[in-house]
Design a protein around this ligand. Structure first.
Ligand code: FES
Length: 205
């Protein structure tokens, strides 16, 4: 168990190098990470079986440098189960357990994207990356920016992507008053307040 900031820094530094390809689409590596959504929607559409199938095929074919990781919700449950291959960030939608074989053979072994599993945008065009969808282009995730990027059951992955950094900053440099002021000044508070006010005006509270 971690007890000091030094230990957290060590984990962050080591793990971040290992996970760089999750964020860096130009990462210079032979390794690939297959991210399988395990949010509620995808789980109910058999994503755990998809994850197991990938692991089984990788083992049977003795493939090296490929990891299969469960993630939280990517935010587009209607296209689930979702599978993303990084570092190239290829986004496969509505995957089925029986699609794993083709993804491994075509994408991982032969380096060819499985076109039929790419998601369609609202105008019918196929997109290669989640961020290329119209639905995502105007969005910026803040609190959930790492959801879909890390394994939520692995604390080291959380630390690698700056987990506990805010707490560290507060413990080292802030007074209790600083914390209260920051929370009071936050846009979140103002937005929540205006949401409640509007509900009251509409008589829905
Ligand atoms: S549950 Fe998989 S995208 Fe939301």
């Amino acid at each position: 168990m971690m007890k000091t900031l030094k230990e957290i820094h060590k984990i962050r530094e080591e793990k971040r190098k290992e996970l760089d390809l999750r964020k860096n689409t130009n990462a210079d590596t032979r390794e690939k990470h297959i991210l399988v959504c395990h949010g509620t929607g995808c789980t109910s559409s058999k994503s755990p079986q998809i994850l197991e199938n990938f692991k089984k095929i990788i083992k049977e074919k003795n493939i090296e440098n490929v990891r299969v990781i469960k993630t939280g919700c990517f935010g587009l449950c209607a296209k689930g189960p979702i599978v993303i291959v990084r570092p190239e960030d290829t986004f496969y939608a509505n995957c089925k357990p029986e699609d794993c074989e083709e993804i491994i053979q075509s994408h991982i072994i032969e380096g060819k994207v499985v076109e039929r599993l790419l998601a369609k945008d609202i105008d019918g065009t196929k997109v290669q990356k989640l961020d290329d969808l119209s639905f995502y282009k105007k969005q910026k995730r803040i609190a959930l920016k790492n959801c879909g990027m890390i394994n939520p059951e692995d604390i080291d992955e959380y630390i690698a992507f700056d987990g506990y950094k805010a707490l560290e900053e507060v413990l080292k440099n802030w007074t209790p008053e600083d914390v209260i002021k920051t929370v009071s000044d936050s846009r979140f508070k103002r937005k929540r307040w205006s949401w409640f006010s509007n509900r009251q005006k509409m008589g829905t509270n």
